[in-house]
Design a protein around this ligand. Structure first.
Ligand code: COS
Length: 385
């Protein structure tokens, strides 16, 4: 099968729709929300109304039934304007609805997915813990079975969980230790609805980046869930989480690509308007070369990411490429934000210029959903190191 990730009319129209939304509904408020570290329920619901929730979920469960590249283009277009809103959508679709859709029973899918496809509810991914980040098997959160009540009792905590502590949060998929297999933890996943007795969700503040996205710290104090709350089989939790991250890497890569394009766009515009030594700075080789380098890296990043999406939607192995795309797109994002800021000079250090926010938001991309070092580890395993 020949590679084909060219943009057809339908995808072009979707891109334009999301771009227009981001430019008219998000851009005018991005500075203020970032400054106040405020999550906008109103914009999030509007993104839902636009069809950005449940993007990849089949219409049977209320979703939009998009292919992967279409979903990735939506994330990219949001990130072109603002990382926080792109993060809300990426985390909800890939990490929130994703595992329920791919690993849920028919009953679980029918129960949870429709609400998560409309914009009325967000779902979160409870993997990371204070002492289990890159080493995701090192979870300390436990789930103990109470055979009398036929319930699991969850104790522990989770950290840096996107979409987990706001009024739209409907629940979290939680990885917990359910036993031992040799010297390793047996890990299982549980569907934990928001508002369960014993669950405390605290909004995390003082973030450097993605300040208008919702990040939560979760505490589980004897949280009881029924047997039917297990996602997948007992002991399959880590694989569910890892496969979810394989998909998630594509959306973080899309955030990197979108941020890089956003940084490039504002820099190109500024460089065409700003005059020094009698001509626009884009006509000075020092700046023209920066823009040429940004455009080249963006082209390479786009090709890598779209090829990974094509592989995924055509049922081919995409995991290695997804890790490469996540790694590379986040590096290109950081490069474009830095070179863009350099081009803006002193103005690039001022908060009223979006390049300043892009510069801060880019930092998350090499740390969140698997650091750049973890991506290199994953890639090195695929290539046989
Ligand atoms: N898909 C399916 N199964 C996978 C998998 C994947 N992508 N990656 C690993 N597994 C399976 C392995 O096949 C292995 O199965 P068996 O026990 O049946 O052999 C099991 O999971 C353990 O794998 P492994 O020994 O490779 O796990 P490690 O502890 O070495 O961890 C890494 C692997 C480092 C890749 C993993 O911990 C990781 O991705 N860490 C980063 C986590 C992260 O991104 N956190 C941020 C979350 S923010 S949302």
């Amino acid at each position: 099968m020949a590679y084909d990730f060219s943009e057809n009319d339908e995808l072009q129209m979707l891109r334009e729709t999301v771009r227009k939304f981001a430019e008219t509904e998000i851009a005018p408020r991005a500075f203020e929300l970032d400054e106040r570290e405020e999550f906008s329920t109103e914009i999030t619901k509007a993104m839902g109304a636009l069809g950005l929730f449940g993007t990849i979920v089949s219409p049977e469960y209320g979703g939009q039934g998009m292919d992967y590249l279409s979903y990735i283009v939506c994330v990219e277009e949001l990130a072109r304007i603002d990382g926080s809103h792109a993060a809300t959508i990426a985390a909800h679709n890939s990490l929130g609805a994703g595992p329920l859709y791919y690993f849920g029973t028919e009953e679980q899918k029918k129960k949870y997915l429709p609400d998560l496809c409309t914009g009325s509810g967000l779902w979160a991914f409870g993997l990371t813990e204070p002492e289990a980040g890159s080493d995701a098997q090192a979870s300390k959160t436990t789930a103990v079975y109470d055979s009398d009540a036929k319930e699991w009792i969850i104790n522990g905590s989770k950290l840096w969980i996107t979409n987990s502590a706001c009024e739209l949060t409907k629940g979290i998929t939680v990885q917990a230790v359910t036993g031992k297999r040799g010297d390793k933890n047996e890990l299982s996943c549980f569907i934990v609805p928001a508002g369960c007795q014993g669950l405390t969700a605290k909004k995390m503040t003082q973030k450097m980046m993605w300040r208008a996205s919702n990040t939560g710290e979760l505490y589980f104090d004897h949280v009881r869930v029924p047997e039917s709350a297990m996602l997948g089989k007992q002991g399959e939790g880590f694989k569910i989480m890892m496969e979810t991250l394989d998909n998630g890497r594509l959306s973080i890569a899309a955030m990197g690509l979108g941020l890089a394009k956003g940084a490039f766009d504002v820099t190109l515009k500024y460089a065409g308007e700003r005059v020094t030594f009698g001509k626009p700075i884009s006509k000075h080789q020092a700046v023209g070369f920066k823009l040429a380098e940004m455009a080249t890296r963006i082209e390479a990043a786009e090709n890598m990411l779209y090829k990974a999406c094509w592989q995924k939607q055509n049922g081919k192995e995409f995991q290695k490429l997804a890790a490469m795309a996540k790694l590379y797109c986040s590096e290109v994002a950081e490069y474009c934000a830095r070179e863009g800021q350099q081009t803006f000079g002193g103005y690039g250090l001022m908060k009223e210029y979006p390049i300043e926010r892009h510069y801060r938001d880019a930092a998350l991309l090499r740390i969140g959903e698997g650091t750049s070092e973890i991506q290199r580890l994953v890639i090195s395993r695929y290539i046989g190191c």
